[in-house]
Design a protein around this ligand. Structure first.
Ligand code: NAD
Length: 289
């Protein structure tokens, strides 16, 4: 397939590389990042999109996605599919899909889970909103970039799944960190705490796969001085998206609201900016009196 790839940052670059290695012709564009190996440089988003069968976007937010969509939709050939893999608000995902369909294009929202490691290894999970036909067109590309693609429903359903998942992630990471803080104060060894919780009913991905305590559990950003990984400000972005969505449909999400508040404080006032989201553990350790 001919693929236009717009947004070649931490996630987009390795995803584009994997598609090129998979035998596809990939033309890429980014306003700042260089083209990675195997990806042909386009002069702009429009040039990357023209003539492509599938245009993939991997951008910072919904505002930028809407601006890029305004540029690329008129340049795409009829019948091609615009597949956005960024994490954005549900309203932007639906608006861009409507705009694409009005131009006789296919459209998918297909945010991912798995982080930079998953993007490099080609083991991402895609959660996808859009039609069966468009999902079938892009499925072979999901197979290259990831290990699983779940077709969640119509446009916006992929983003809905993503923000619900990440709301759980934010809440469980905070719960795991505050429990380590309490364990410290109670004189419980962190390794023992991990050994018990990771095999008991308090287990979660945050504890078992991404343990926020250095030197414990599998390798995680905690073992690398909390270099992200998944930056605290990206977690804050996703918690803001889930609260925005909850507000728009009247869903009661008190834990999500508190997680958003704690990550906001962590990023804005407690040194969390630029650190992995699991560095929240240090915040609890420092706040313990
Ligand atoms: P990033 O900031 O590294 O990459 C975004 C890229 O978009 C940058 O290189 C930027 O220059 C480029 N860009 C911005 N405006 C542009 C424009 N108008 N035209 C072309 N390129 C433009 O971010 P990332 O970590 O790659 O994340 C991308 C998306 O994936 C985000 O929506 C993020 O929430 C989501 N995500 C990230 C992770 C992660 O672990 N990093 C995990 C899952 C989902």
């Amino acid at each position: 397939m001919k693929i236009g790839f717009i947004g070649l940052g931490n996630m987009g670059a390795p995803m584009a590389v994997n598609l090129a290695r998979g035998g596809h012709e990939v033309r890429g564009y980014d306003t700042a990042a260089p083209e990675p190996e195997g990806v042909t440089a386009a002069l702009g988003a429009t040039e990357a999109a023209a003539g492509a069968d599938v245009v993939i976007t991997m951008l910072p937010n919904g505002h930028i996605l809407r601006a890029v969509a305004d540029q690329v939709i008129p340049a795409m050939r009829k019948g091609a599919v615009l597949c956005d893999c960024s994490t954005v608000d549900v309203d932007s995902a639906r608006a861009v899909a409507d705009q694409a369909r009005a131009a006789r294009l296919g459209a998918l929202d297909a945010p991912v889970s798995g982080g930079i490691g998953g993007a490099q290894a080609g083991t991402l999970t895609f959660m996808v909103g859009g039609s069966d036909a468009d999902f079938a067109t892009v499925a072979p590309l999901f197979d290259i970039m990831g290990q699983k693609a779940v077709h969640c429903g119509d446009s916006g359903a992929g983003q809905a799944a993503k923000i619900c998942n990440n709301m759980i992630l934010g809440v469980t990471m905070i719960a795991t960190c505050e429990a380590f803080g309490l364990a410290d104060r109670l004189g419980l060894d962190r390794q023992k705490m991990f050994d018990v919780v990771s095999t008991s009913s308090g287990y979660s991905w945050s504890m078992n796969a991404y343990c926020p305590a250095p030197g414990i559990g599998p390798q995680s950003p905690a073992d690398n001085d909390y270099q992200p990984g998944f930056a605290a400000e990206l977690m804050l972005k996703d918690l803001n998206l889930s609260q925005q969505a909850a507000g728009s449909v009247g869903a009661d999400t008190p834990m999500g609201a508190l997680a958003r508040q704690l990550y906001d404080r962590f990023v804005e006032h407690e040194g969390g900016q630029g650190r992995d989201f699991s560095a929240m553990l240090q915040r609890f350790a420092e706040n313990n009196r």
